[in-house]
Design a protein around this ligand. Structure first.
Ligand SMILES: Nc1ncnc2c1ncn2[C@@H]1O[C@H](COP(=O)(O)OP(=O)(O)O)[C@@H](O)[C@H]1O
Ligand SMILES: [Mg+2]
Length: 253
């Protein structure tokens, strides 16, 4: 029996046939506005709710802004930070600014991957993290794509080695079909892709699990929504994106 970490995101554990196998490093890929950050934050929050400490690595947004965004969904992480059950790694500010001075885990030079990994390791150890989200890994190699695989492998060794089950957010452009480059796609244990498709003047959200080591999973494209409570996946529905447009169907199971 494979040990699993339940994402706690409504509908997601159903299509994962129980949850993410423990220690997996999962790439969460998608274009802008597809819900990657919210997905990652909800994954961490449901961990906190079920007694699993977590770490959020903020590479893309100011940590203060991340806390505000999360609180808007009712996910207030501050009490958990105070109790040593949650850590925010600031790999955004480089320690610049008044707000940054109040951060506990600051990466002084976010371009220095060694330093970043040291701070992540310290945060994981301090809170005994079970879940980690890095938002986003793309930031680490946008200007040096040849380093993408090596960077992800190093992160994977630390995250999996310390026993965490983690999500690496990967940015892809609106038109790109892949998940963030061949080196990265092959290095990770799982790939979840979030999509937005414009059909008849309306944007439709959907998600597909492309790969997940250690488990069977749904092979279908499932519609999902974002509300004030976060993400909800319609695990019993399938979204078919075809030439004739988009069709939502209820599956027989
Ligand atoms: N309270 C909300 N209700 C509904 N949709 C929301 C809400 N908050 C954010 N969104 C949607 O989520 C999107 C941003 O999601 P986010 O996870 O930040 O995207 P990404 O990280 O993939 O760029 C917004 O563009 C908006 O469409
Ligand atoms: Mg984002």
């Amino acid at each position: 029996m494979v040990e699993r970490i339940k994402t706690g995101i409504p509908g997601m554990d159903e299509i994962l046939h129980g949850g993410v196998p423990k220690r997996n490093v999962v790439l969460l890929a998608g274009g802008p506005g597809t819900g990657k950050s919210i997905f990652g934050q909800q994954y961490l929050w449901s961990g906190l709710k079920s007694g699993e400490p977590g770490v959020f690595v903020a590479l893309e947004e100011h940590p203060v802004q991340v806390r505000i965004n999360m609180a808007q969904f009712g996910w207030d992480v501050r009490p958990y930070e105070e109790k040593g059950l949650f850590a925010m790694v600031d790999a955004f500010t480089a320690g610049i600014g008044e707000a940054a001075k109040r951060e506990r885990y600051v990466v002084r030079d976010p371009d220095d991957v060694n330093l970043l990994i040291d701070v992540i390791r310290e945060a994981i150890r301090d809170v005994s993290a079970v879940r980690v989200v890095v938002d986003s890994v793309s930031t680490l190699y946008l200007t040096k794509p040849s380093l993408a695989r090596a960077t992800v492998m190093r992160l994977k060794r630390v995250l999996s080695g310390l026993g965490t089950t983690s999500i690496l957010v990967s940015q892809v452009s609106v038109t790109e079909r892949g998940f963030g480059g061949p080196g990265v796609e092959h290095a990770v244990d799982g790939i979840i892709r979030l999509d937005l498709d414009e059909i008849d003047g309306e944007l439709k959200r959907s998600l597909i699990i492309w790969k997940m080591r250690g488990t069977s999973h749904s092979m279908r494209r499932h519609p999902f929504i974002i509300t004030d409570e976060g993400i909800r996946i319609y695990h019993e529905k399938v979204l078919r994106v075809g030439k004739a447009g988009i069709l939502e169907e209820r599956t027989s199971t």
